[in-house]
Design a protein around this ligand. Sequence first.
Ligand code: GLN
Length: 282
Amino acid sequence: MTALHEISIREALIRGSRLLTDSESPWLDACLLLGKELGWSREKLLASYPDVLDQKVYADYMELIEKRSQGYPVAYITGNKEFFGRDFHVREGILCPRPDTEILIEEALKHIEKRRYRRVHDLCTGSGCIGLTLALENPELSVSVSDISPVSRDVFEINRKNLGADTVPFTLTSLFEGLSGSLDLIVTNPPYLTTSETEERMDSSWKEPELALDGGNDGLDLIRTIIREAPALLTIEGMLMIEADPRQMEAMASLMEAAGFCRIERVRDLAGDERVILGSLS
Ligand code: GLN
């Protein structure tokens, strides 16, 4: 039996998770934060439920819980986020990779295989999660990435090294400015929230950067430019694949048709919402 002032790992998880009233996954968050503090995997943590927690570790862990309860994403506190089975470094100033975006990866890999694509560019790469994952999943690809944010450049560089994807170059630029080439596939998860949705998040002290979220009045400002300018960088059989909001799909399909894309398809995310749109030039 533990003495009164002693706290077991299980008890610490219970106390921490109870404080995370705004989180959709309080137990998981508490596990990730305590795991980070102890330097342990989740498996090891679960296997150690009855063990007594060191008081200093407990105090530090409760500080992380406090930070999380103020709205910091767990990924910013732990410094990493799992995406498509790999750990990506993240920090403030970078959009945390989302499970929804894994749909885009699966779809891209499918078309790369089917159409024997080789040259792929990830536009607005952020942490690099799309471009690096594609490069690592299919080593025959020649992948490049770009982003306007210097924070993205730094974080991408760390992920590139950590994951051993040495051949993926980064360009610091605004959308396609200064980029050239005959690409087979352009993939992108650009900012696509509307300005009012972004403002709502900022008002609720959202910790992710406005730059990665705000797509203008209807959320389509950057997407319009991307659809208009992508054909000039694609091969004759090239494809454009964009993650966006389900409510934007109709407008995007028309924009893509007008820009010369055909075989336009929409792909649903894990929640069953249309999340990715794609089209090719032939
Ligand atoms: N899917 C993200 C969100 O809703 C938005 C990401 C983006 O704008 N690219 O938080």
